[in-house]
Design a binder for this molecule. Structure first.
Ligand code: MG
Ligand code: ZN
Length: 220
């Protein structure tokens, strides 16, 4: 009997091959790159805006935004000072390595230090598609609730750093930090968790430190 490879597996391995090409291209330009994933409304774009405002004078920052239809988020990043490229996925609920591959061609990578990818707001399939970036950044937020790591394990398992945003809302929203942490620890023991608020600014300094230590490693 012929061996049957499920279609999904085939698609993923083609994706992974292209992700490796993307990585080679990014590395050749000496960039540090992150893939930011989160549910809609967790604060990906706000985090990017704050980051570009804080570090944009010191580092040249490029941003690639995946959105189903609009360029609202890329516009916000551009207004903050990033070089922004928009990918409209035309209904797809995640970015894949093919989409990133064509977006990379639209940026002068040699003139950048940091590349930020804002994935489509979705806690499910973005976790399955490698893009070729160096680190996965997951943004969770207080109003989403404390059960998200329990409900979306593959997203949390793949995080290199976990940001918990909107901590200024803790007094107003029921959120059991212990229950959230328990869920994270089972999936991703010891992962760096940064609690912060993009609107009050609390905790952002630790995020910039994380980013800068990676940038220094990469850019020397
Ligand atoms: Mg956004
Ligand atoms: Zn999807």
């Amino acid at each position: 009997m012929p061996e049957r490879i499920p279609v999904v597996e085939k698609i993923l391995s083609a994706n992974d091959r292209l992700a490796l090409e993307n990585r080679a291209k990014i590395d050749a330009a000496g960039l540090f790159s992150i893939n930011i994933m989160a549910s809609p409304g967790a604060g990906k774009t706000s985090l990017i805006e704050q980051t570009v405002r804080a570090l944009g004078k010191k580092y040249r920052i490029g941003m690639i935004n995946g959105d189903i239809l609009t360029s609202l988020d890329a516009d916000r990043a551009a207004a903050a000072g990033a070089v922004a490229v928009q990918i409209n996925t035309g209904g797809d609920c995640h970015l894949d390595a093919v989409m990133l591959h064509s977006a990379l061609n639209q940026l002068d990578l040699n003139n950048l230090d940091l590349l930020i990818i804002e994935n489509v707001g979705n806690l499910i399939c973005p976790a399955e598609f490698r893009l070729g970036t160096h680190k996965n950044v997951i943004v969770a937020s207080i109003p989403e609730g404390d059960d998200k790591p329990h409900k979306y394990p593959s997203m949390y398992r793949g995080a290199d750093v976990l940001i918990l945003n909107k901590i200024d809302l803790l007094p107003y929203v029921p959120f059991r930090m212990d229950f959230f942490r328990q869920g994270v620890e089972v999936l991703n023991p010891g992962v760096t968790q940064l609690n912060l608020s993009c609107s009050s600014g609390e905790g952002l300094a630790a995020w910039y430190t994380w980013l800068e230590s990676n940038l220094t490693l990469k850019n020397g």
